[in-house]
Design a protein around this ligand. Structure first.
Ligand code: ATP
Ligand code: MG
Length: 279
């Protein structure tokens, strides 16, 4: 497997497919991300001896609950870059080969081709999605031997991204507390996405979805108590729409409050599975 087997995500695709990159409540996270990447891609940037002494990795880890805008932030980042930037999304789980001995070779070949192809004309953002699928702690006895080896291969490859120009790896995890510390330390920058967005941003988000006379205090209270993410809220809007036979002319405020009270948030679900499987 090499990089040519993977189709990059392009700026025009994000535009043409109408991929929504309007994000609320995560400006700080987004700006930190963009600033780091701009710095890594700046061809005038010189790595001083300090970077060398520090083993400065051009690797970023985004963490947070599902549906908090991690992947979309990376799409937004791409859409704000010049055309010489490519985004490749690697689903790490798919690199695992049934014959586990082959997995390390697959990972090595792929990362070699990434390094071969990166250049000032072809700067690369490599999104390591599903890092949880191979990044769980090696000390956890239920982690299979093959996955353990895949993790070691990944760490070796991440090590090669010290002070390397034109490549930034962005790992994404929903459960950073269970990731192998040796993996986590290979990411220079860690950006945590909030479980619940602030009151002000929630107001903007709701009005962006539907302009309405929202009972805002009430809604914010439930959102905060139950820990609804922005994507949970979008999901509830969808369910309301379907249940009202696609009629948009309804009392959204009332419908949303009922849904928020009756539904289960992603945060609650995550807590439930963590308790159940004691991961
Ligand atoms: N902060 C936000 N503001 C507005 N919409 C958001 C926000 N975060 C997520 N969404 C919406 O939620 C959906 C999922 O977003 P995204 O794929 O970025 O989540 P994610 O954090 O990568 O989740 P996962 O961990 O499951 O991959 C999208 O429809 C996106 O528009
Ligand atoms: Mg995602």
């Amino acid at each position: 497997m090499n990089l040519n087997d993977i189709t990059p995500i392009t700026k025009s695709q994000i535009k043409n497919d109408n991929i929504n990159i309007d994000l609320f409540g995560i400006d700080d996270q987004y700006n930190t991300l963009e600033n780091f990447v701009n710095n890594a891609f700046d061809s005038k940037r010189e790595y001083t001896t300090l970077y060398q002494k520090l083993d400065f990795y051009n690797n970023i880890l985004l963490t947070g609950l599902p549906g908090t805008g991690k992947t979309r932030s990376v799409y937004k980042l791409l859409s704000n870059q010049k055309n010489n930037v490519r985004l490749y999304q690697l689903k790490l789980g798919t690199l695992l080969h049934a014959d586990m001995g082959k997995t390390s070779q697959i990972i090595e070949d792929l990362f070699n081709s990434i390094r071969d192809q990166a250049s000032p004309q072809k700067k690369m953002i490599i999104l390591l999605d599903e890092i949880d699928s191979i990044g769980l702690s090696r000390f956890n006895s239920s982690v299979l031997d093959g996955i353990r080896r895949a993790l070691i291969s990944l760490m070796i490859e991440l090590d090669k991204n010290i002070m390397r120009k034109y490549i930034v790896f962005i790992g994404i995890s929903n459960i950073p507390e269970f990731l192998d510390p040796a993996l986590v330390r290979r990411f220079t920058l860690r950006i945590e996405y909030p479980d619940v967005i602030s009151k002000r941003e929630l107001k903007k988000f709701l009005n962006y979805l539907v302009e309405e006379d929202w009972e805002f205090e009430k809604i914010h209270k439930i959102v905060q108590e139950k820990g609804y993410t922005p994507s949970d809220i979008k999901n509830l809007f969808q369910r309301i729409l379907v249940e009202n036979k696609f009629n948009e002319d309804i009392n959204w405020n009332q419908s949303l409050i009922i849904k928020l009270r009756d539904s289960v948030s992603t945060k609650e679900l995550m807590q439930f599975s963590k308790d159940k499987y004691s991961i």
